[in-house]
Design a protein around this ligand. Structure first.
Ligand SMILES: [Fe+2]
Length: 385
């Protein structure tokens, strides 16, 4: 352990925390199943009765919009005998009735046809009306916490012990108050499968020290990323572009209008933030790139990258998002390739942990965030402080 200490620099978490199943299992239990995690955009369920079946860290979750247009989420399991109620999207089955949301009004279990309303309340259980002491009002689907901010949907799978939702989003809400996030719509989505631990992706998003070597194109738009290793960047005010550039496109410009309420800085600068544990936001004056992470294992992360624009622009006949998408796709591919190299390298038998350079100091936050939640559950925790 001592050999991996570098005098004067903060240590990272141990490499084992990025590599081993047992740490991923702890993160699943104490982070992803307990914190508010982003699962998508409200526009994906626009109407009452719309629903999705999600695999959330191995739990099947039914997310829907009820008749009052409120988002609701439940564990996808019948309170009777535990049958999965709604089939997964790609499920192939011989069942005559596969179960699920019927007529956009009821959630019906395929096994004995127990039927719930869109608030998860049992409303019909065949041939049970005369059962003594059985009261349907007592039976509800197991709830999942749902909240939304800026058009993003968040779930909490342990709603009785959920942290305050406001604490998850308040920092970003203040920083991005003038951006019309809730009104934006998805123009394109690119989904990536990345052979790297989710924390490697967070740490990479959190620092611009790597931008000089990894992102020459990005640095032509934002020279500040390569100056002094990206230190002293003022993310609260926004990051300045080069002279004549105002947004993240190949040219650094765009004919799309700026979001109407931005301040003078925001019209010419770029903002970003990471909402732990799984939403990265990157905001330009006329588009937003939103990255939603789904950690699938210690060395596997799925990531949906949504490109969001104003409906005002998207409704134009000549709307074309490719200047943004092409730019980001290149930056993204560079990031995922370097993150994969980190994942490969940290498995070296001599690499017990890395260190952070001072300009990567935001990564001390993620070290703390993860350590606070799984450190005391880890048998090795006494060695990690
Ligand atoms: Fe990067």
């Amino acid at each position: 352990m001592k050999s991996n200490v570098v005098q004067g620099l903060e240590p990272t978490l141990p490499s084992s925390w990025y590599l081993q199943d047992k740490y991923f299992a702890l993160e699943r239990e104490h982070i992803f199943l307990r914190e508010w995690i982003c699962v998508g955009r409200e526009e994906e369920l626009p109407l009452p009765g719309d629903h999705k079946v999600l695999d959330v860290y191995g739990e099947s979750i039914l997310l829907l919009r009820n008749d009052r247009s409120e988002l609701k989420a439940f564990y996808n399991v019948c309170r009777h005998r535990g049958s999965r109620i709604c089939p997964a999207v790609d499920e192939d089955s011989v069942l005559a009735f596969k179960g699920g949301v019927v007529n956009k009004k009821f959630i019906v279990c395929p096994y004995h046809a127990w039927t719930y309303d869109l608030d998860g309340q049992l409303v019909r259980a065949p041939f049970m009306s005369n059962v003594t002491n059985f009261n349907m009002d007592d039976v509800k689907l197991h709830p999942v916490g749902v909240a939304s901010w800026g058009g993003f949907i968040f779930l909490n799978l342990t709603p009785d012990e959920a942290p305050l939702f406001d604490e998850t989003v308040s920092g970003a809400a203040a920083l991005f108050a003038r951006y019309p996030l809730a009104e934006l719509r998805i123009a394109r989505t690119i989904s990536y499968e990345i052979d790297a631990n989710w924390k490697v992706l967070c740490e990479n998003y959190n620092e611009c020290y790597h931008c000089g070597p990894v992102h020459p194109g990005l640095c032509r738009i934002v020279p500040a990323f390569r100056e002094a290793g990206g230190s002293d960047l003022d993310w609260e005010r926004g990051i300045p572009h080069r002279e004549g550039a105002t947004t993240f496109t190949m040219s650094g410009e765009s004919s799309r209008r700026s979001f109407p309420d931005l301040n003078e800085d925001e019209l010419v600068r770029h903002k970003g933030d990471l909402l732990y544990p799984n939403l990265f936001l990157s905001l330009a004056r006329e588009h937003v790139a939103a990255f939603i992470l789904h950690a699938r294992g210690p060395d596997k992360t799925l990531l949906d990258c949504h490109f969001l624009f104003e409906p005002y622009e998207m409704e134009k006949a000549d709307f074309d998002s490719s200047d943004v998408v092409d730019f980001w796709h290149l930056v993204n591919q560079q990031d995922w390739a370097i993150c994969k190299r980190v994942q490969q390298g940290m498995g070296a038998r001599v690499h017990e942990r890395g260190v952070y350079a001072p300009m990567e100091d935001w990564n001390l936050d993620i070290r703390r965030y993860v350590h606070d939640r799984i450190g005391h559950h880890s048998r090795d925790s006494e060695h990690e402080d």
